[in-house]
Each structure stands twice: as C-alpha cells, then as structure tokens.
Design a protein around this ligand. Structure first.
Ligand code: SF4
Ligand code: FE
Length: 486
C-alpha cells in the first residue's frame, strides 16, 4: 500500500489550492499554468514522477517509521545512516535530472529538524509537541504533500534583536494568544518553492533570548490559509519564458522559484503549533535544520553533472575537445564536483541517532560541505564559460535563426564542426548560459552562496565545532613543549 502521487496528481492537487500570489504587480489567478511559474512546478512534479520508475525507487522512496507504508523520501524521517546517505544521493540524482532547484528538500529538512526538537522540548518542559508533530507528519506522509520550510525572516536592522526592531514584524511573531490557537504576523523571505507547496512550516531564524519569546514560534499551515500572501521573486532572464518554447530559455522543462511570504494576522490552531515561546530550543532547531539543509546541497552536485555534460558537448561541437587544456579543464570540473559529492556523503555517513530516534548528519562536516558549495560551483561555472566561449552570451535569438531574412546567416556563421547543426550548438550554449547566468543560476550560484545560510554562518559553526584544544594538545606533545601520554 502506498499513497505516492504521480506528477499529474500532484499538479491537480495544486489546482485545488487557492493561493494569493502576486507577480509583476498583479495577482496571478492561475498559478499552475503561469508560464513563468510552470517550469518550477515541473521540477517539483519530477520528485513525484520519478518515484514510480523502478531504477529510482530505492533512492526516492522510503518506509514510513509511523505507518510502515511506502512513502516519498521527501516526507521521510531518517531512521538510519543509510537513510541519510540515500538522502544525499537523492539530492544529486534529482539535481542531475532537472538541472535546477527542485524545491522539496526544505520541507523534508524542516520535518526532520522538528522531529528532534519537539521531542527535546517535551522532555524538558513536559509539553506534547512531539505527539502533535507526529500526527501532522502522518498527515503529510499519507497525502504525499510538499512542505515549504520557512526560516528566513527579513531581519530589518541587523544590529538589533527581534524584540528591539522599530518594526516588530521584521521577525515573524505571535500577536495574539487565543483559547484555540495563536495569531501570527511577519514574513519569510527567499522562500524556495513557496507557491508549489501544499503546506508551509515556519521556524525561527536565529537564537532567541528570553525577551524575544514571542518570536520563538514554529508551526505548520496549509499554504492557502487566509492572511498568507506570496510575492514572487524575479530571476535573471525570467521573461524569456514568455517567449513561448524557444530554446533561448536554456532548460526547456525545469526551473526553480523563490517568493516573499507575508503573514498578516494569520491564525494557527494549537494542534499545528510545534514551538511556542520555548526560546531555549531555538538554537537547536535552527542549527539542526541548517545542518540538514547544508547536506541537501547535494543538489548542486547534480546540477554540476549537467553543466559538465553540457560543457563537454559544447567543446565537441566546436571541435575543441581534444585540446589538452580543454581536457584538463573538464577533469578539473569533475574533480571539484566529486569533491562536493564527498562532502555530502561524508556528513551523512558520519551521522548519528538523536534521542527522538531521528538520524542527524555530522554537523561539522555538513557545514564544511556547504562552505565548499559556496565556492566550487562558481569555479565550475567559470570553467564552463571559458570552454563554451563568448557565443554563449552574444548569439542571436532563436527567432533570428528561424527568420527568413537572417536565418541563413545565423546558420552559416555560427556553424562549427561539420555534422553538428548550428541549432544544436546554440541549444547547448543556451543551457550553459541558463545554469551559469540565467534563471538556473539563482539555484546553482547565488543560492549556493546564500541558501542554507551565507558562508559566514558555516565558518562560525566550523570554528565552534572543531576540537581545537585537542589539536593543540597533540602539537605541544609532539614538539616537546608538554610531556605526557599521546
Ligand atoms: Fe533542495 Fe537544493 Fe533547492 Fe535547497 S536548493 S530546495 S537543497 S534543490
Ligand atoms: Fe535552498
């Protein structure tokens, strides 16, 4: 028995939502069919569709620890180190199948982080958050839902804590407590996959102190709850999608999106509240979510696979693939990409069991992995652009190739190796452009930098988690400063 949806069922489930979405200053009435949003919906739909392919089933599905049923791994709570390793491999696989952000990891990471923290809060404070959470999780798993994990607040004046902001909404907070639940206001920014989600799971974005208690709140809501508004973020080259299915879009099928999500006095019933003023657990929730999501950046390895494949193809179309420097640069791309893979596999394989039963990645290694992600994709992209050549950004549009007036010249002067059509050459260059400068560069580059925390956030964690005292102790012993056993 399983409730795994396929792509079509997922699409239909989204049509039933009544989301309040704005883009270019106007309400988007039909979100699912909007040409700018649609490729991002396709990418999430792929996380449904591929579960039904036997060759991917092992990575993309799991056995629910609550019901024993087969579920989509994106709704699974990791029950072993093997689960964690499969999660990393799933991220690479999906990245390599879509060449973009497929958006569903943030929800998976929020669920896993909450499974640990609700248990820990209950243990200390005698609350019943974990029971509520497990009930919610069962609902998500049974209905095979997409959850948007929402952590990043707008933050206002960065020098001030939440409770001292001139505008209290700069961090999402509780504005009213009622017998049946709470009312919240504020916003979450940069929300990946927001309008392709059935649910939104809110978590605090930083450690909260006693005076910030009203900001220490976590809960889940249906994405179309009254009072929630989505404002779509722009992406470089996004309006190329309005030109129809021209190959100038680069990736003909998939994309990602981010949105600002505004909560205007939104009611949350108690059974969907997973943290309420327990500021002493905000650090744990934030750090565990961050560690899981830093592991999730296995997705970039998959996008890197596509970029390397596209670069090799561009080199072959140009007749340049045998040049020794080109070969060497492709090796460099692969070495960097596989180094990234090492990081996400390492933090998974060194994972451990938390008291709740959930397996958590090695937090230090997850942070090191994400720190590498802030760098290597940029280097891989630089080499891709080097090999692709300037035509990637100077070539005329597909319409010029099709035009009766100019087509013959575009065809003639942009042809390269014999036997390779100019159109194919331009298509592969547009894909490289898309990943390194266009809509997909949001996911492959800038999100690699800032998603799951900007580089400095990982450096702080690395400084905190390495055992510096032990390193110094051995160094002092070995050079004779200290005497004693090693
Ligand atoms: Fe998943 Fe990667 Fe997108 Fe984050 S950036 S949601 S990890 S695909
Ligand atoms: Fe992300």
């Amino acid at each position: 028995m399983s409730n795994l949806m396929n792509a079509k069922q997922y699409e239909e489930s989204l049509r039933k939502l009544n989301l309040k979405v704005y883009m270019f200053g106007k309400r988007v009435e039909n979100v699912v069919d909007d040409p700018i949003i649609r490729p991002s919906m396709n990418a999430v739909a792929a996380t449904y569709e591929y579960t039904h392919k036997p060759e991917y089933e092992d990575l993309l599905t799991a056995k629910s620890h609550i019901t024993g049923q087969k579920i989509n791994r994106f709704t699974h709570i990791h029950q072993s180190v093997e689960d964690l390793v499969k999660k990393s491999k799933m991220g690479r696989l999906m990245g390599s199948l879509t060449a973009c952000c497929f958006q569903r990891c943030v929800g998976m990471d929020a669920l896993n982080a909450l499974s640990i923290t609700t248990h820990a809060i209950d243990e200390k404070h005698g609350t019943d958050y974990n029971k509520r959470f497990l009930k919610y999780l069962a609902y998500v798993q049974e209905n095979d839902l997409v959850c948007d994990g929402a952590m990043t607040d707008p933050k206002g004046d960065r020098s001030l804590p939440p409770s001292q902001q001139p505008d209290p909404d700069m961090y999402l907070h509780v504005v009213e407590e009622r017998a049946d639940g709470i009312v919240v206001s504020g916003a979450k920014a940069h929300q990946t996959g927001a309008v392709n989600s059935h649910e939104i799971i809110v978590m605090p974005t930083i450690t909260m102190r006693e005076e910030d208690r009203d900001y220490a709140v976590s809960f889940a809501l249906p994405a179309d709850t009254d009072g929630i508004t989505y404002i779509m973020g722009r992406q470089s080259c996004d309006t190329r999608k309005l030109e129809g299915m021209t190959f100038d879009r680069g990736n003909m099928f998939y994309g990602g999106h981010e949105a600002l999500v505004v909560f205007e006095k939104v009611f949350v019933p108690w059974e969907r509240v997973f943290m309420y003023k327990e500021h002493d657990f905000t650090t744990q929730l934030v750090e565990n979510f961050a560690a899981y999501h830093r592991q999730s950046y296995a997705c970039k390895v998959g996008v890197g696979d596509v970029l390397i494949g596209a670069t090799q193809t561009a080199a072959e179309y140009n007749g340049a693939e045998r040049a020794s420097h080109v070969k060497d640069k492709i090796i460099e791309m692969n070495q960097l990409n596989e180094t990234l893979f090492c990081g996400c596999i390492a933090c998974a394989s060194q994972g451990h069991r938390e008291k709740s039963g959930t397996y958590l990645v090695d937090v230090l290694l997850a942070n090191v992995h994400k720190q590498n992600i802030t760098r290597f994709p940029y280097e891989i992209a630089r080499i891709a652009q080097d090999i692709a050549g300037g035509l990637m950004v100077t070539c005329p549009s597909e319409q010029d190739l099709r035009s009766p007036e100019t087509g013959k010249w575009v065809e003639k002067y942009f042809s390269a190796r014999s036997g390779v059509s100019t159109e194919h050459r331009l298509r592969i260059l547009r894909l490289i452009e898309n990943i390194t400068m266009g809509t997909a560069a949001v996911g492959y580059l800038t999100e690699s930098m800032h998603g799951a925390g900007s580089p400095q956030a990982q450096r702080i964690m690395i400084a905190r988690l390495v055992n510096m005292k032990e390193k110094q102790r051995i160094a002092r012993l070995l050079c004779g400063i200290d005497a004693g056993d090693k």
